[in-house]
Each structure stands twice: as C-alpha cells, then as structure tokens.
Design a protein around this ligand. Structure first.
Ligand SMILES: Nc1nc(=O)c2c([nH]1)NC[C@@H]1CN(c3ccc(C(=O)N[C@@H](CCC(=O)O)C(=O)O)cc3)C=[N+]21
Length: 287
C-alpha cells in the first residue's frame, strides 16, 4: 500500500489557474473581462499578505481586480455603502470582504449585503442555504479547493468515511455538505466532541480544520488515511504551521497535504474560478 504521498496543492492550483486563463480569454473575446473587488478594512498583516496573493493571482489569469482599502475606524454603514456601490458596478462580478473585520462591524450583516450573484466567497446565507439544499450555488473556496485536491489526486470519495474536525461556516460545515454530496459518509467533530481520537481514527479521509497548531498527531490517524490539513497557524516568528503534525503523520498517511503549499493556494484558485463563473452568468443576463 502507498504511504506518505504528497498532495501538491501549489502545483494543482497552478494547473487550475492555467485552465482559468483560457476561460478568461474566451470571456474577454465575448466582451466580458471578469472583475473582482477585494475590500480590506483596517490593517492586519496576515490579511494584507492574503489580499496581495489574491490580486497577484487575478493578474496572472487575466481577471481585473480592484483592491479597496478602508481604515480601521470605518463604520459599518460606510462599509455597507461601499458594498452597495460594488453591487451596482457592472465591471465587478465578484465581491470579497476580507475577514476578520474589526470588532465593531458585524460580519453577518456585511456578508448579507453582498449581491448573492457576486458572492464569490459563497458566504451569503442564500448561497449557504442553496448548498445545504442541493441547489446550484457559489461553493465556498476552501471546501471546493479540498474537493478538487481529492478529485485531481484520484482519491475515491464515494462510500468512504470522511471525518471533519471543525464546524465553522467557512470550512467545516460546507466541506461536510460537499463531501456528503459526493457520497461520502461524514462525521463532524468539534471542540466539544468526546473521544475525538476514536472518531478521527475511523477516518478514510480526515479533514483538519481546527485552527490549532499540530493538534492532529500520529495517534489520531488510521494507517492509510488521506489527510487534508486546512490549518493556517502562525507561530511567534511568523512561520506557518498546519493543524496536523506533518512530520509524524506523513509516514502513515496514504496521501497528505503540506502547509504551506496544500489547501491555501487552492482557496485562491477557486476564488478565481467563482469570479469567472460570476462573469459568465452576468453575460447570460445581457443576452
Ligand atoms: N472573505 C474572505 N475570504 C477568504 O477566502 C479568506 C478570508 N476572507 N480571510 C482569510 C482567509 C485565509 N485565506 C487564505 C488564502 C490563501 C492562502 C495561501 O495561499 N497560503 C499559502 C501560503 C501563504 C503564506 O506563506 O502566508 C499556502 O498555504 O501555501 C492562505 C489563506 C483566505 N481567507
């Protein structure tokens, strides 16, 4: 049996960006250049790095991008006004408000103000509800990226037992819905789960989306499991570490994603994918 194979998210994301470049060329020939607006409120060094990555990836693929920086003291109303303006802007097909937002702004109110047809994060309750009920929707980027990693690596999902650790709206909940849609049997675990290890050791596919460095060790993993690490934990020196203790888990996993170079680059690739999808749909309405 194969052990310790690396799932190269960086390479798979580059492949997807190349595919999207052709899609963008085709859209531009039809008179629509996909456009993405990224709103960043306040100064957060991790957020600034991520936003730079998104803007760079857009340029590579031929997507028009606008970075809108608003000061930390921006009021919720000012942010909502900015979103309404972008909702009306026909050159913008996707709107992303970088999270986390400053304490005084409600992320739920902000997300709900985005036109669901421009909600390329897939965070709007309409899109979350559409995913939950099996309707077409923008898929949240990280869960969709995880699914693409599994598919493009040839990992069988149907009939397998997937265990998701973490229940956030951004990763845990939607990835479990997506895996169920792909006919996996899904167990969701979280901070209040008793006997966590008894659950994770059953996983054929283990998704770690906890947000704590190295909480998944070799004792939590069944030999031969596929391990997907969604963790983005930075230590005091600013070095990235996943939720999985990669060095000790790799030898017993069949496949494993590294951090960095695993899920992160896929999140950005699927954001570009959603932006192209939104641009394409906007063209339909203009026919
Ligand atoms: N509205 C919103 N949508 C998001 O999609 C969103 C967000 N807010 N807030 C923050 C998180 C985080 N996120 C990442 C995207 C790419 C990498 C990524 O490319 N990481 C590289 C490493 C980058 C580095 O070294 O810092 C990698 O894993 O290889 C990481 C994290 C998107 N997020």
């Amino acid at each position: 049996m194969e052990r310790g194979l690396l799932i190269d998210g960086k390479a798979i994301a580059a492949q997807i960006r190349q595919e999207l470049k052709s899609e963008t060329d085709r859209l531009i020939q039809n008179g629509v250049q996909p456009g993405l607006a990224v709103i960043l409120v306040g100064r957060d060094s991790a957020s600034e790095t991520y936003v730079r990555g998104k803007v760079r990836a857009c340029a590579e693929v031929g997507i028009h991008s606008e970075q809108i920086r608003m000061p930390e003291e921006t009021s919720e109303d000012e942010l909502l006004d900015q979103i309404r303006k972008l909702n009306r802007d026909s050159s913008i097909h996707g709107i992303l408000v970088q999270l986390p937002l400053p304490e005084h702004i409600s992320p739920n109110r902000v997300i709900s103000e985005i036109d669901p047809d421009k909600d390329v994060d897939g965070f709007h309750p309409i899109n979350a509800g559409r995913l939950a009920t099996g309707l077409d929707s923008f898929l949240p980027c990280t869960p969709h990226g995880i699914l693409q990693l599994l598919k493009r690596t040839g990992v069988q999902v149907a009939g397998k037992h997937a265990v998701v650790v973490g229940r956030s709206n951004i990763v845990g909940k939607p990835v479990s819905l997506l895996l169920q849609r792909e006919n996996a049997t899904v167990t969701m675990c979280h901070s209040r789960t008793e006997h966590l290890q008894a659950h994770t050791r059953q996983a054929d596919i283990l998704i770690a989306a906890v947000g704590k460095r190295h909480v998944i060790t070799k004792d939590d993993v069944k030999p031969g499991a596929v391990v997907i690490d969604v963790g983005m934990n930075r230590n005091e020196q600013g070095k990235l570490a996943g939720d999985v203790d990669f060095e000790e888990v790799r030898p017993l996993a069949s496949h494993i994603t590294p951090v960095p170079g695993g899920v992160g680059p896929m999140t950005i690739a699927m954001l570009l994918y959603n932006t192209c999808l939104a641009a394409e749909a906007s063209g339909d309405q203009n026919l």
